[in-house]
Design a protein around this ligand. Structure first.
Ligand SMILES: Cc1cc2nc3c(=O)[nH]c(=O)nc-3n(C[C@H](O)[C@H](O)[C@H](O)COP(=O)(O)O)c2cc1C
Length: 340
């Protein structure tokens, strides 16, 4: 069985665009969109990773020797930890991947399932880019969520009708994709969404609706008013707006405002179990991880994804142990310090 380091080498060999840096922090790929990088100067991707390092953990070990429980409920499915794979589409265009899109998607979905985690699946400009994740979702609706782009409403309803035939646990929409360069270049119509639009989509979906791409209290309020079940605090990995705040900087005020009225997930630059722990301490219910999961799928297929997922789960549990947190509910604001 390959090691994580071997899988990383294989990922590097299997990608002609992404350089598979030691730490995936957006420095090398600044402005590479399409590509794996952040938009414009690339500062939003870089900031996502950098600001997470400005949050530190408080060690607390004088306690009873009880094993920790990291189990997390995702709309009725019990996961091993509050960690999920973020939707990443078009690995050929964005990474120059020699692994084809369907093999990549299968690796992500089945690898996450093997480790007891959930994977979000993306959507794209052409029929194939929607059909491939949908085919996987048909087989794995217990462990995947479809993330529909904010197309014009008629197209949104058409796609959601197809997703509904898979008995989905939830349906997501990356509302920030209106800023994506690739879609603009391809000339396909995506549109900003109002509270009324989101209400219609949520009602049509008739399952928990997740709004991905919330970076302000104002947008969180719109998601609440629309009846969403969850938001993902996300700037699309820095790919939709240059010089954007990092997600960890806005997380605490958004989760305080939300005050449990819906679930709060977050993504952008999370690279370790400690990073996941920081998000939970600042009010998130779970964390999505993007680029590292896709590297592991491209480098090691299902086995690579499962190996990486298990490493993240174990790292996260180790942080719980070392901070005296026995359950997820014990991970509170006083477990961390913010230095920004
Ligand atoms: C190459 C690439 C493709 C992406 N495709 C999608 C997509 O189809 N749908 C979506 O909601 N987000 C997409 N994202 C954004 C991710 O879901 C996620 O928000 C982001 O990558 C998280 O940051 P991280 O990669 O630093 O962990 C994409 C990101 C990258 C890098």
């Amino acid at each position: 069985m390959a090691t994580l380091d071997e899988i990383k080498i294989s990922a590097k060999n299997n990608m002609s665009i992404c350089k598979m840096c030691k730490t995936c922090n957006g420095e090398t790929c600044r402005g590479w969109t399409p590509g794996p990088g952040g938009k414009g100067s690339g500062s939003s991707f870089v900031r996502n990773v950098a600001m997470l390092k400005q949050v530190t953990l408080n060690m607390k070990v004088l306690r009873e020797d009880t094993e920790v429980d990291s189990c997390f409920d995702f709309f009725g499915t019990e996961l091993s930890a509050p960690i999920m794979a973020a939707p990443i589409a078009n690995v050929k265009i964005n990474y120059g991947s020699s692994v084809d899109e369907m093999s990549y998607l299968n690796a992500l979905g089945y690898g996450c399932k093997q480790a007891g985690l959930f994977a979000f699946l993306g959507d794209g400009a052409n029929r194939e880019a929607f059909e491939m994740p949908l085919n996987l979702h048909k087989e794995l609706s217990e462990h995947t969520v479809m993330t529909i782009k904010p197309w014009l409403l008629e197209q949104v309803f058409e796609k959601i009708s197809e997703v509904k035939t898979c008995s989905p646990k939830a349906i997501a929409m990356d509302v920030d994709a209106a800023g994506l360069i690739l879609l603009k270049q391809m000339g396909v119509p995506v549109a900003y969404k109002t509270v009324e639009d989101l209400k219609k989509i949520k009602e049509f979906a008739n399952v928990p609706f997740i709004v991905k791409g919330v970076m302000t209290i104002d947008d969180a309020k719109v998601a609440i008013d629309a009846g969403a079940a969850a938001i993902v605090v996300s700037n699309h990995g820095g790919r939709v707006l240059d010089d954007c705040e990092s997600t960890i900087e806005v997380l605490e005020e958004i989760s305080s405002f939300v005050n449990k009225r819906l679930k709060v997930y977050v993504d952008g630059g999370f690279r370790s179990g400690a990073d996941v722990f920081k998000a939970l301490a600042l009010g998130a219910d779970a964390v999505l991880i993007g680029r590292p999961f896709s590297h592991m799928a491209i480098g090691g297929l299902q086995e690579g994804v499962a190996l990486y997922a298990n490493k993240m789960i174990n790292d996260f549990k180790e942080c719980m142990r070392m901070t005296g947190c026995i359950t997820l509910a014990d991970i509170r604001r006083n477990c961390v310090n913010i230095h920004f």
